[in-house]
Design a protein around this ligand. Structure first.
Ligand SMILES: [Zn+2]
Length: 293
């Protein structure tokens, strides 16, 4: 690892800690229609607003030993797991995705999937605003990367990825009506909500190119088959159908497809990634230009 790469990964990790902390707020407040900025973070047990030093990701949890400073209520370990998990994934993106200009966009799209995953795990409504805003901001960040260093071909591919994910989502929603008659998968609109998480995933898979997209799709399909198998195993039981299962599975497929694609991008270095780093007309001038007086 070069010093530059280490710096990028460290910065991504620190940003990931903060974003992970923010996603916890998003997952809790947005489905309830609450503002993200007001009121400030507070202890849900004693309603006391938190001081800044109680809000530092991971560090505060460790220092406070996982409890509220005044009332002693337990701070769920999930908060810390979300922060460290987001940071780890951002580090992975920073270490793998090239050019570096594309790292923010990929991180935003991944974070969108993680926010939806946290909402699904909570059994909350998956707020469409999170999918729309997250995908749009992530795509805008990728557009900046395309304009500055990656080349527009990647952005077109990302658009194709979003389109393909949208079609897959529509197909899945149409099938969801039939799936929903089986116990364990939940109702149709719930599954359709979850499939919306495919949109940010499509952008990441499209941007990263064919091999990572194939790797991500493979991971997504394996997870999907596993989820369907788990639902089928439950079919015989009398357990009441839960609204969230199909939706949670759909979001899990989307998030793990992104992680799988990024992992595959790290393992493969197919020609497009390096080859299109210097697109015609938008690239660094050839060495001869620099040498000229
Ligand atoms: Zn408290």
């Amino acid at each position: 690892m070069t010093a530059d790469l280490v710096a990028v990964v460290v910065v991504a990790g620190l940003v990931g800690l903060a974003v992970g902390s923010f996603l916890d707020v998003v997952a809790f407040r947005v489905p309830l229609g609450l503002s993200l900025s007001r009121p400030r973070s507070y202890c849900p047990a004693c309603d006391r607003p938190l001081a800044w030093f109680e809000n530092v990701p991971v560090v505060s949890w460790l220092v406070l030993r996982g409890r509220c400073r005044t009332c002693g209520a337990r701070i769920p370990g999930r908060v810390v797991a979300g922060e460290t998990g987001t940071a780890a994934l951002f580090c992975l993106v920073a270490a793998v995705v090239r050019p570096v200009a594309a790292v923010p966009g990929c991180c935003i799209l991944l974070a969108t999937g993680l926010a939806l995953g946290a909402m699904a795990a909570d059994g909350s409504t998956l707020a469409p605003s999170v999918t729309i805003v997250g995908t749009a901001v992530g795509a805008a960040a990728l557009a900046v990367a395309a304009g500055t260093s990656a080349g527009w071909g990647h952005l077109v591919d990302a658009g194709i990825g979003v389109g393909a994910a949208g079609l897959a989502g529509l197909f899945g929603s149409a099938r969801a009506g039939r799936l929903a008659t089986r116990p364990g998968l939940g109702n149709r609109s719930g599954v359709a909500d979850g499939l919306a998480a495919l949109l940010p995933a499509g952008a990441v898979l499209g941007w990263l190119g064919p091999w990572p997209a194939a790797g991500g799709a493979l991971v997504g399909i394996v997870v999907g088959i596993g989820a369907a198998g788990a639902a089928a195993a439950r079919r015989g039981s009398r357990q009441r159908a839960r609204v969230g299962n199909g939706r949670t599975a759909a979001v899990a497929v989307a998030v793990l497809a992104m992680v799988g694609a990024i992992g595959t991008a790290g393992l493969t270095s197919h020609p497009r990634r390096s080859g299109s780093a210097l697109p015609a007309g938008r690239s660094d001038p050839p060495a001869a230009h620099w040498a000229a007086p």
